[in-house]
Design a protein around this ligand. Structure first.
Ligand code: ZN
Length: 481
């Protein structure tokens, strides 16, 4: 049996192999010395982010729609930080595709969730509760566990159509809430509808308990204290007493046994180890300060609110500077930036934005040029330089980029295409932007325009294949709408 498996594996035809392995496993049930849950998992899990996975197509469709809403937090250093934190956990997960795309949304609602196809959403408001990095790691581990254990898909198997409709309905509600969150009042009403839908779909309490347990395992394997997750989940339960409509609890109902899973002696042992991650702690403080500055912009008296939430001096000045920028108070933003004593990616990015918005482009250009000599592949700085310096080459695409990286590249390339009077490229970029804003129909029209103006044979072929791929996606999406 074993030899047969190896021989088949050498034939490089994944589908054929998978088909044979299905047969192999179903016969093993009767002949294997293993029983029940001990049975080894021989079937390689298909790529979660493949177009052949209907959950990915559905999830990706809504990920693009939700993450192009005005509620999206547009601050690349926050995504860079979160991407690195995820990368500390994903190697230990059983996900075939370790890429988890992220959207940070500005909302009054307290929520964080994953949708099929490895898409993670975090709402700014949940950072009020998450005031230490180990709690954030706990949240990431819990959400990663939901993906790894295919909880949506396993729910779907019970009543496929009903579940799929409920997922689409919930995501439509979240999309509406994300679009309305910039305006006072609307998000609460729409949030209610979204919550009703998510109630239909919420994970079962068993799935929650499973995600808690698996999340703790992931944390331990990554050398992190599982106590952070316990503290976060208990904090959310406590919060639910005062606010029974807490959004997180609609998507993640309280398992009956969570209270019993409180800090174990092992959790305490790991917590008591000395921390060598001082820099990482600072990055967390700035990440949190970024999300809470956005969150503060949604309340009536943002400054006192923000000061009460972000208390450490440097990150408080940073948060107030970011809030001022969001409220178009450029001078005030610079005043707060001037009081920050140490520089990092968050403060530098904010400073550059303030320079760019106060017509100090030369200053920004000098600074960026110097930084890019040290780190020539920094996408954020490359994009910013494109916005102020004509004549730069197009920014190359990578095979699997995060959505925020794709957005940055498109912004830089749009400016370059305009400067180069490259009409075909302009249409191509607009097509990609439309696609990433969830408007595939418009994207296809732009691609057709690009094909119409393009004369070079090589690029036409590339455009044609892009067109066919988008068209294929559109057909898949029609099934869900
Ligand atoms: Zn959960």
């Amino acid at each position: 049996m074993r030899l047969f498996f190896l021989l088949v594996s050498k034939v490089n035809k994944p589908l054929f192999t998978a088909f044979l392995l299905v047969g192999l496993v179903s016969t093993s049930v009767f002949s294997s010395p293993y029983s029940g849950s001990q049975l080894p998992d021989l079937i390689p899990k298909a790529d979660e982010r493949s177009l052949t996975n209907p959950s990915f197509v559905l999830g990706h469709h809504w990920f693009r729609k939700i993450s192009s809403s005005p509620g999206l937090i547009d601050f690349p250093p926050a995504y860079d930080y979160l991407r690195l934190k995820l990368a500390e956990l994903t190697p230990y997960s059983q996900l075939t595709n370790k890429m988890v795309d992220i959207a940070l949304l500005n909302s009054r609602q307290t929520n964080a969730f994953v949708i099929p196809g490895n898409h993670l959403f975090i709402y700014s408001d949940i950072l009020v509760l998450i005031d230490q990095e180990d709690s954030l790691m706990g949240l990431l581990a819990h959400e990663l566990a939901h993906l790894e254990l295919s909880h949506y898909e396993r729910g779907q198997q019970q009543r496929a159509n009903e579940q799929r409709q409920a997922l689409a309905l919930m995501l439509a509600g979240i999309f509406a809430a994300a679009n309305g969150s910039a305006e006072a009042g609307t998000s609460i009403a729409i949030g209610g509808a979204a919550n009703q839908a998510s109630n239909l779909l919420s994970y079962s309490r068993d799935h929650e308990r499973e995600a808690d347990r698996r999340g703790r395992e992931l944390l331990r394997m990554a050398g992190k204290a599982p106590s952070g997750m316990t503290r976060l989940l208990l904090g959310l339960s406590a919060q639910s007493q005062a606010n029974p409509d807490l959004e997180f609890l609609y998507t993640h109902p309280l398992p009956l046994s969570r209270a019993a899973d409180q800090l174990t002696p092992e959790d305490n042992r790991i917590t008591s180890q000395p921390s060598f991650a001082a820099n990482s702690d600072a990055s967390f403080r700035y990440f949190r300060a970024t999300l809470l500055a956005y969150r503060a912009a949604l309340v009536d008296n943002p400054e006192p609110y923000l000061k009460s939430q972000v208390t450490s001096p440097d990150s408080q000045h940073f948060a107030l500077a970011l809030l001022a920028l969001l409220l178009d108070q450029i001078e005030k933003s610079q005043q707060h930036l001037d009081q920050i004593t140490s520089e990092n990616e968050f403060t530098s990015y904010l400073q550059l934005q303030v320079w760019l918005q106060s017509q100090q482009e030369l200053r920004a250009k000098t600074w960026l040029t110097r930084q890019l000599q040290i780190a020539p592949n920094n996408l954020t700085m490359t994009t910013l330089l494109h916005l102020i310096q004509p004549g730069l080459p197009y920014i190359a695409a990578t095979t699997e980029a995060y959505r925020y990286q794709i957005e940055q590249r498109l912004r830089g390339n749009l400016v370059a295409a305009r400067n180069n009077n490259d009409e075909a490229m302009l249409y191509t970029i607009k097509a990609e932007q439309a696609y990433w804003n969830g408007n595939t129909e418009l994207a296809l029209r732009y691609l057709q325009d690009a094909l119409n103006v393009d004369s070079s044979h090589y690029r036409s072929l590339e455009l044609r294949s892009q067109y066919e791929k988008m068209k294929g996606l559109e057909i898949d999406q029609a099934l869900f709408n």
